[in-house]
Design a protein around this ligand. Structure first.
Ligand code: AMP
Length: 288
């Protein structure tokens, strides 16, 4: 496994791979790797000849400096995980390598970036995400890039960006990986205070309730919202950031639930922000 720290070296490597006709699969991450990331790598390993993983905690997508500073980092452990997963190249640039002080360009996906996390974290969040992913696409030049459904809005925005800007890359979205008790895996989970950790499942439980209500025929989003909110508010340690029932294509609130919907929620517990979602079809389980 090669570890590359500079943009020039990574770009030369990917150009050479492309010229040899090697299909490059790419998994962009912010490190602190867990089974969720691993599921993306395993799928990419199966489908592509060359597997590149990037590890870069991107400062421009954090709206709070404290959150950026507190974000878990462990490059040595991450490299071990990548090696075991059969990764060919880890691209791990530092901040100065990715951002020159005179940079003056950003990428924005407009409408899709407004609701949900765009509303709660501010306009800059998805501008930061899109700009860094666009840069990574140009540096790594992947044929296929893998993203997690855990960050449903992000995956949708990246798909739209790739389509709108004609990036020659196929975007694959992989299912959410969860702990046994239902909590979606996240690098942030290690920061949940131990005594609050069992209560963090409240988020998943509320989403499961929403799914059940819809599958049992409830078509009124307001009723689903109210019962889910009651479920979430039962746990005083949970602060609800947002809860929305939206179209999975436009992220706009739906008036009636008669088709596939995305139930998306963000909470904070012990000062740690967690997001999760469920894609629910009124006709039964959502299948990939
Ligand atoms: P991050 O390092 O948090 O930026 O995540 C890197 C990629 O891993 C993103 O595409 C995430 O959506 C994906 N990911 C993170 N957690 C999970 C999870 N629990 N299940 C599936 N994918 C995940």
């Amino acid at each position: 496994m090669k570890v590359i720290r500079t943009v020039d070296e990574m770009q030369s490597e990917s150009i050479a791979l492309g010229q040899r006709g090697s299909v490059i699969g790419f998994v962009p991450t912010m490190g602190a790797l867990h089974e969720g990331h691993l599921s993306l790598m395993t799928r990419a390993r199966d489908e592509c000849e060359t597997l590149v993983v990037s590890i870069f905690v991107n400062p421009t997508q954090f709206n709070e400096e404290n959150d950026f500073d507190a974000y878990p980092r462990d490059l040595q452990a991450d490299l071990g995980i990548c090696d075991e997963a059969g990764v060919d190249i880890v691209f791990a640039p530092d901040e100065a390598e990715m951002y020159t002080p005179s940079r003056d360009t950003v990428v924005m996906v407009d409408q899709l970036s407004r609701p949900l996390c765009g509303m709660s974290r501010g306009r800059g969040h998805f501008i930061g995400v899109c700009t860094v992913v666009a840069k990574l696409f140009n540096i790594v030049r992947p044929n296929v890039a893998y993203f997690g459904q855990k960050d449903a809005q992000q995956a949708l925005i990246i798909q739209r960006m790739a389509r709108d800007l004609n990036f020659p890359v196929q975007i694959q979205v992989c299912p959410i990986v969860r702990e046994k008790d239902g909590l979606a895996l996240s690098s942030r989970n290690v920061r949940i205070p131990e005594e609050l950790r069992p209560k963090a499942t409240g988020l998943h439980e509320a989403l499961a309730l929403g799914r059940e209500l819809i599958r049992n025929g409830e078509q009124n989003p307001q009723s689903v919202y109210t019962l889910m909110m009651e479920e979430l508010l039962k746990e005083p340690a949970i602060d609800v950031d947002y809860l929305h029932i939206v179209s999975p294509e436009t992220l706009e609130e739906v008036d009636t639930i008669d088709d596939l919907v995305l139930i998306a929620a963000a909470i904070s517990i012990g000062g740690v922000r967690l997001i999760d979602n469920e894609l629910v079809s009124p006709d039964g389980p959502w299948e990939e």
